[in-house]
Design a protein around this ligand. Structure first.
Ligand SMILES: Cc1ncc(COP(=O)(O)O)c(C=O)c1O
Length: 441
């Protein structure tokens, strides 16, 4: 009997699938087990799929003069627009824009996909983190250990509900919280660890869970950039997700979700997400307060269509990341840049490389001016370096050696599902030339 390659749509299986389709693993049968797979993916997925041609329609040497970093008008494809318009045609006449059956269906679909018993869809990832912290029992002044290189939403969610961010250093290769730096940040006020799966890389959750258990802390993970990771949620009390349009899976507006296996926590999340009302009983409060933070039924109807594209899109992201890593290896081998590692616990929300800090601005300018290639520093200011009264009051003496160094070197290259291989070739051509020129080689 032929050995099988499972197509589950998750990061670990995607790595095997990539190896299989590249011909590195022979003689295996593809078995599709993905709960959200779309028709195009199913049609394309064959033993002999040629990724460059069948998925990317690659025409080598096609002239490219401009490569945008993250073009908003390419975040959604025409296929998707048609499906969404059909969905809207069925929702709009019902008038059920906020609550309704699409929302329940969406939560079910996510729950199956994530292998989590409870999913509570929220109006954003930020709200998901706020609600998750409150449901886990955050009281004013409780400390939350977290990285300082995330999007401001992570710290803002903590601050908004009265928590105190305590920034711990990262592992520079992964940009994620370093488990070995957590214990030194623990004080008698610590109550939570909040790892962020930054750029789509899974944090070291097993180790983080062990530390949390040792010190009786709760773990709430910011997986806003991490949908599609294998075993997402396995080691956290609460998993939070974002579905804003820039994410690996987004709706046509703002949305997010909380996932957990704990029934009591799920109940609390439902209450905090809708004015503190008893579950399914409007206007009867059972906790002191709650937010107006449920995802809209209308966005859920859109989400049910768009989520069908997630697995194919995540596979495309992996393929693009692998292509960057393979083809830019020469620059890394010469010590001129540092590349992220291709690993099975990554969904490539962004593609970060490191360059010499003192050359970074010049590299970005030259890539743009000479090659039309836009690159970006996605979060340009670290949390403990923002110019706010809070930072001046509390964090000016804080030093996070690895976070600060990695942050001074990081450069994000374009990577998104509608990115073409011709555009990627242009980015790499520009990078080779500009980096070698800088190094004088
Ligand atoms: C790491 C991270 N955390 C939290 C958020 C907040 O999500 P949202 O924009 O849905 O509020 C985002 C996305 O914007 C994010 O990238």
């Amino acid at each position: 009997m032929q050995k099988q390659v499972r197509v589950s749509g998750k990061s670990k299986e995607n790595m095997l699938l990539l190896k299989h389709l590249k011909g590195d693993v022979q003689g295996k049968e593809l078995v599709i087990e993905d709960s959200i797979v779309n028709e195009r993916w199913r049609q394309v997925l064959k033993e002999n799929t040629d990724i460059e041609n069948d998925l990317f329609n690659y025409q080598k040497n096609r002239e490219i003069s401009k490569v945008p970093f993250m073009p908003v008008d390419r975040l959604i494809t025409n296929d998707e627009v048609d499906d969404i318009l059909t969905a809207l045609t069925s929702v709009l006449p019902t008038g059920k824009f906020t609550s309704g059956s699409y929302l329940e269906k969406f939560e079910d679909v996510l729950s199956t996909y994530l292998h989590k018993r409870y999913v509570i869809a929220t109006s954003s990832g930020t709200d998901a983190i706020m609600i998750g912290l409150l449901a886990l029992g955050l009281n004013r002044g409780d400390e939350v250990i977290m990285p300082a290189n995330s999007f401001s939403a992570t710290e803002n969610a903590v601050l908004a509900v009265g928590g105190v961010p305590v920034y711990a250093d990262i592992t520079p290769q992964t940009f994620c919280l370093d488990p070995n730096k957590i214990e030194e940040a623990i004080t008698p006020y610590t109550k939570f660890i909040l790892p962020v799966h930054l750029y789509g890389k899974h944090s070291e959750m097993k180790q983080i869970r062990q530390i949390a258990n040792r010190y009786k802390l709760k773990v709430i993970e910011d997986a806003c950039q991490g949908i599609g990771l294998t075993d997402l949620g396995k080691y956290a009390d609460i998993t939070t997700l974002s579905f804003n349009p820039y994410k690996n899976f987004g709706v046509c507006g703002k949305a997010g979700a909380i996932a957990t296996d704990n029934e009591e926590l799920a109940k609390k999340c439902i209450q905090f997400s809708y004015h503190g009302f008893e579950v399914n009983v409007k206007n009867k409060k059972v906790i002191n307060f709650g937010f107006n933070s449920k995802m809209d039924n209308l966005q859920a109807a859109i989400g049910l269509e768009r989520i069908k594209h997630l697995s194919l899109n995540n596979f495309k992201r992996l393929f693009l990341a692998d292509r960057y890593i393979t083809q830019l290896a020469e620059l890394q081998n010469k010590g001129l840049i540092e590349l992220p590692e291709l690993s099975e616990d990554h969904v490539w929300h962004l593609f970060p490389i490191k360059v010499k800090a003192e050359d970074r601005t010049d590299i970005m300018t030259k890539l743009n001016e000479d090659y039309g290639v836009q690159t970006d520093i996605y979060y340009p200011v670290l949390s403990h370096m923002q110019n706010t009264p809070l930072v001046q009051d509390k964090y000016t003496k804080l030093q996070l050696v690895h976070t600060e160094k990695a942050h001074s070197q990081v450069l994000h290259l374009p990577l998104y599902p509608s990115f073409t291989l011709e555009e990627q070739d242009r980015v790499m051509e520009g990078l080779f030339s500009v980096i070698k020129q800088k190094a004088g080689v």
